[in-house]
Design a protein around this ligand. Structure first.
Ligand SMILES: *Cc1c(COP(=O)(O)O)cnc(C)c1O
Length: 365
């Protein structure tokens, strides 16, 4: 089926036990991240015979899975991450949802999962967010409703082959500002023992396995007193790839901004949007291979004036220190002007405070 073809009818069966208005106000007052879930969930099933079918929005509830469900054994799973933003006039919007849909198509292809048409993806998110509209927080403090679409091998079968029964779901969780104490530069640990993705591997797919493999090096980073881990390419152990779940940008003193080229990294929608945004702001962006020595020497010599990481959850995060076995560079405690400018420009579009000249926002409510 062509990824644009759509046919899924969505049945909406409202929950008979939505949380009370008081409890909801309490949750939205201090949502944290990934802890509380909205009243409903979206579910659709796929089989080779029927294609996508049984699309529905129902009360949020635990799943019952056979112990032999394929995903539990072979990790045939992909996901997306996006946010619904409430604007000052009460309307609710998502940011470039077709980009998430297109990326899920690419991820599903790599993981031998069925393709969910772009239109059905967008409709699934729209329908859940509309149903749970009261869960979208007010914009103060950069709150949002985090939306998590995911697809997994739900067939009961221990043989190794692409599943013949696949489930696609969307859940939603209110999210507070990623940094409760304001924007503070993060410190990065250079992983020299572990890598995240090799040529021909799953690095460009948004799949749980990449996160599973990042947990041990991430723990190592914490033990080293750092917030996040950065990975190098597997082939040369030389070129900067990305953090466990965020892409990287390097601002130079001549105004040039460098971001590692695509290939084995995850193609972040924030990353791509920043390339376009920087063009409009008058910064020159280069997508190219960027070595760890270029990072170390650039910060030490002052040629690199700012480093930042980006992704949907944290938007844009300044990077202060890079630390490795035997040394470190950068002690920045401040957010640089370009980091600040890019971050502000992006969140202003997302929250409807600046004109959306790119046509990135998609109205849901
Ligand atoms: C999701 C993700 C990102 C960021 O992508 P966005 O679309 O900007 O949220 C970066 N790296 C990895 C490994 C990811 O899974």
């Amino acid at each position: 089926m062509h990824p644009m073809d759509s046919s899924l009818q969505i049945e909406v069966a409202p929950s008979d036990h939505p949380v009370s208005a008081d409890r909801l106000a309490e949750i939205l007052g201090s949502p944290g991240f990934g802890t509380h879930f909205s009243d409903h969930m979206y579910v659709a099933e796929w089989t080779p015979q029927r294609g996508w079918h049984d699309a529905r929005v129902t009360a949020y509830a635990p799943l019952t899975l056979d112990p032999a469900t394929a995903v539990l054994h072979y990790a045939q799973e992909i996901f997306e991450g996006m946010k619904a933003y409430r604007h000052a006039d009460g309307s609710v919007w998502t940011f470039r949802p077709e980009e998430n849909a297109a990326r899920m198509v690419r991820s599903s292809t790599r993981l031998a999962l069925p393709v969910l048409p772009v239109e059905d993806f967008v409709a699934s998110v729209d329908t859940l967010v509309r149903t749970d509209e009261r869960w979208v927080p007010d914009p103060a403090g950069e709150k949002s409703l985090y939306v998590r679409p995911f697809m997994f091998a739900s067939e009961t079968f221990l043989g190794v082959r692409p599943a013949q029964h696949v489930t696609y779901m969307v859940i939603a969780s209110p999210a507070g500002a990623y940094f409760s104490k304001g924007l503070k530069p993060v410190s990065i640990w250079l992983s020299e023992e572990y890598t995240r993705a090799g040529r021909g591997g799953m690095g460009a797919a948004k799949t749980g396995g990449n996160y599973a493999s990042s947990l041990l090096p991430q723990r190592e980073a914490i033990e080293q007193g750092c917030d996040q881990v950065v990975f190098l390419d597997t082939e040369h152990l030389t070129y900067v790839e990305e953090l466990g779940g965020m892409n990287l940008y390097f601002v130079h003193d001549d105004g040039t901004i460098v971001t590692p080229a695509l290939g084995t990294i995850l193609e972040g929608i924030t990353r791509g949007s920043i390339i376009e945004l920087c063009g409009k702001l008058g910064h020159r962006v280069e997508e190219r291979r960027f070595s760890i020595d270029e990072w170390r020497e650039g910060v030490a010599s002052g040629r690199i004036t700012e480093v930042f990481a980006c992704g949907t959850a944290a938007v844009v995060t300044p990077v202060g220190t890079l630390k490795w076995a035997g040394g470190s560079v950068g002690e920045g405690e401040e957010t640089g002007p370009v980091t600040q400018q890019v971050r502000q420009a992006l969140v202003d579009i997302q929250y409807g405070r600046a004109e959306d000249t790119f046509g990135w926002m998609h109205r849901v409510v």
